[in-house]
Design a protein around this ligand. Structure first.
Ligand code: ZN
Length: 183
């Protein structure tokens, strides 16, 4: 299995070559022996939005991923904030870009950490889950570069199939949302 220190070979500040011992695996940073720069590997935030169906809140909007990682599997609509962007602004922008619709955020739900490989680099993502106000219609103008399909799924139909989901964080989130719905 690949070790994290193999992801970065050179100091991003001065360009000196890293060796294995320059990586601190406990606090997750590279320390450059040449310029002393500490290159911290923090978890990255991403946002995901659970969008329930207006007439049945046990149905939620899911997309089918058109791209790697995990192409073809189910995804809660999501994305990464642009540098400096607020989490809610990021959620509204991503949904508009991906699904072509304006949503309103009902509330913050919870966060779940998720390991994520992107372009062969290891990442740990703190997924920030929001709940949107229920939606009456299925979005028609989805961005097919990222998603091949988008529809409402009845949670009870998919709750026993974690393998259908691109990310275990989304499966856990849906389970948690569904449990609260039934209290
Ligand atoms: Zn350096």
């Amino acid at each position: 299995m690949k070790q994290y220190f193999e992801d970065f070979k050179w100091c991003p500040k001065c360009g000196s070559k890293y060796s294995k011992k320059d990586f601190n695996g406990k606090s997750f940073f590279f320390n450059c022996k040449n310029c002393s720069f500490n290159f911290y590997q923090n978890s990255k935030p991403s946002i995901s939005v659970i969008i329930p169906n207006y007439s049945d809140k046990s149905k939620i909007l899911l997309t089918e991923r058109a791209i790697e990682p995990r192409q073809g599997l189910l995804d809660i609509p999501s994305g990464f904030p642009i540098y400096g962007e607020d989490a809610i602004d990021s959620a509204l922008r991503e949904i508009k870009e991906e699904l072509g619709i304006e949503i309103k955020i009902e509330k913050f739900l919870f966060t779940i950490n998720q390991d994520y490989i992107y372009q062969r680099l290891s990442n740990n993502v703190i997924v920030i889950y929001f709940l949107a106000k229920p939606l009456k219609i299925v979005p028609k103008k989805i961005d097919h570069k990222e998603n091949s399909n988008c529809q409402f799924y009845k949670i009870s139909d998919i709750i026993n199939y974690p393998e259908k989901f691109a990310f275990s964080s989304d499966f856990k989130a849906i389970k948690s949302y569904f449990e609260k719905l039934n209290i």
